[in-house]
Design a protein around this ligand. Sequence first.
Ligand SMILES: Cc1cc2nc3c(=O)[nH]c(=O)nc-3n(C[C@H](O)[C@H](O)[C@H](O)COP(=O)(O)O)c2cc1C
Length: 180
Amino acid sequence: MSKSKGNILFQLTGSIACYKACNVISKLVQDGCDVKTVVSENALKFIGKSTLEGLTHHAVYTDTFEDRSALEHIALTKWMDLAIICPATANIMNKLAAGIGDDYISTIFLACDFKKPYLIAPAMNQNMWAHPATARSVKTLQGWGVTVLGTGKGYQACGDKGAGRLLEPEALYKEIKARL
Ligand SMILES: Cc1cc2nc3c(=O)[nH]c(=O)nc-3n(C[C@H](O)[C@H](O)[C@H](O)COP(=O)(O)O)c2cc1C
C-alpha cells in the first residue's frame, strides 16, 4: 500500500450538515489521505457508522470506553497529522472552550497540544452562531491555536437566511489540504 498523504482525524457532531462532511471525507480518501472518524452520539442521529466506515475503511470511534486498545484517545493524537471537527455544533465549540472532556471528541481535544493543525468548521443556525457564548468560545479557541474556519451565508435548514452555514465541501477540502 502506498504511503498516506496525511493522517486526518475527522470528527463529526450533531448537525444536519453531516451529509456535506461525507463529501469532504470521500475527497480526502480519494486523494490518498488516511482518514479516521470520531462521531458524537448526536452525530449518529444524522449519519450512520456504515457510511463513514465505507468511506474511510476504518471503524468509527464514538465511545471513549469502547473495548479497543487502551488509551486510544491519546494514540489518535499521536497518529494524526491534522484534526478537524466538521461539522462543529455550537455545543461542541462551547464545550471545548470550557475545557470539558465528557465525550470522545472533547476528551481527544484535551489531549492535544495544538502543535499539529486543529481545525473547526462551524455549522449552525444564525442565532447560535451570533450567540455571545459561541462568539466568546471562538475567541478562546483561536487564542489556543485552533483554526476556526469561517461560515457560509445563506439558506439554513430551519428556513432562516444568515451566517452559520457549513462551508461547501470543495472549500473545506482546500482548507485541509493547505495545512497538511
Ligand atoms: C434536525 C436538527 C438539526 C440540528 N442542526 C444543528 C446544527 O447545524 N448546528 C448545531 O449547532 N446544532 C444543531 N442541532 C442541535 C444539536 O444536535 C444539539 O445541540 C446536540 O446536543 C449537539 O450534540 P453534539 O455537539 O454532542 O453532537 C440540530 C438538532 C436537530 C434536531
